[in-house]
Ligand binder design. Sequence first.
Ligand code: RFL
Ligand code: PHB
Length: 392
Amino acid sequence: MNQRTQVAIIGAGPSGLLLGQLLHKAGIDNVIVERQSGDYVLGRIRAGILEQVTVDLLREAGVGERVGREGVVHHSIELVFAGTRHPIDVHGLTGGKVVTAYGQTELTKDLMEARAAAGLQTVYEAADVSLHGHDGDAPVVRYRKDGQSRELRCDFIAGCDGFHGVSRATVKDHVTEFERVYPFGWLGVLADVPPVSPHAIVYGNSERGFSLCSMRSMTRSRYYVQCPLDDKVEDWSDQRFWDELRRRLDPELAQKVVTGPSIEKSIAPLRSFVAEPLRFGRLFLAGDAGHIVPPTGAKGLNLAATDVKYLSSAFIEHYAERSDAGIDSYSQRCLRRIWKAERFSWWLTNLMHRFPDTDGFGQRVQEAELDYLVNSRAASTALAENYVGLPL
Ligand code: RFL
Ligand code: PHB
């Protein structure tokens, strides 16, 4: 079966779905081709913190209603180290900016529902997706669905298929890769218990390693602890997790942790990665397909959203104004912002984790930097303005 569209989008994660919605609003036809089923995509528990720029973009895409109603606005974060809590007044330090706790799962669900309501096509469970002709004027996406070969002809291909997708792999000979792999992972637990800190995301540095207290709602918590890369989820009973989390917090907070059965538990490796460039003729990479950050700065999903903002504007300019200026500057424009978020995520990861090979000197420097950070308005402001997201 053959089909034609204006923009073929590979991947129905947040990047692909948001791009589809923004293009649809501008009257640009698009089809999404996704390897997994919709339920599988919704089952992945990932990000939870949205920058204001991301929330605004959801509104622009017509899906801002529920995040506005159910998202929990945070005015501050807390750093815990040496057994003491240090609030950082993100709102005050940035002239009124905030972040919103709203699960990636919920955001994905909102976008999926809006897409279905608009009657837009998403091909789920597409096998053997391959990209062709992006060097010329007539790109084609080929895939198999229900055992049948299909072809989707288009003007542009948007590679929104995540870190392990086919889009970047297709152009791998033309990509320069920049990478840091960290010698630990994050063990994450989701549980239907009230968050220990409902008004601030808590980032903890302790001699036992990093910890993070986050939330999805007033009744659902998301917690993480740094763990060795070769640990298995089976090694971590719920009890062991709660005990370890408590040991990494200050005594007052530890006492307040409400425990309960985990509803999801997983280990994620930490990585920094950037592909350059992000445009290859008529193929564009957006979101995790083009870059990865360690989750410490909560930047991954937010960066994906801003890539998509730039990419949708570029396509809109192409069709509505017959200008390719946005297309030509897409890669450069995104990379400028991406590298700042890479730097921030790398810095915060280094500051908050225990590295296996850190010596006494490195340890003291980390302690001094934390002390400086919470006691210098300039340093706290630099943290706060990066955390809420740099301006577009
Ligand atoms: P996704 O979400 O990986 O979606 C890509 C989609 O493409 C599909 N796909 C293919 N489709 C067709 N053909 C192929 N060959 C394909 N290969 C793959 C996949 O099935 C999938 O549906 O990428 P996208 O859309 O760019 O979104 C990126 C975000 O998911 C990611 O950046 C964030 O989750 C990162 N992240 C966080 N970001 C934040 O902004 N704030 C946070 O608080 C935050 N916390 C996190 C995180 C990521 C984590 N993990 C597990 C990596 C916490 C964690 C633990
Ligand atoms: C989350 O809620 O899952 C979360 C929050 C902050 C981070 C990373 C993940 O830095």
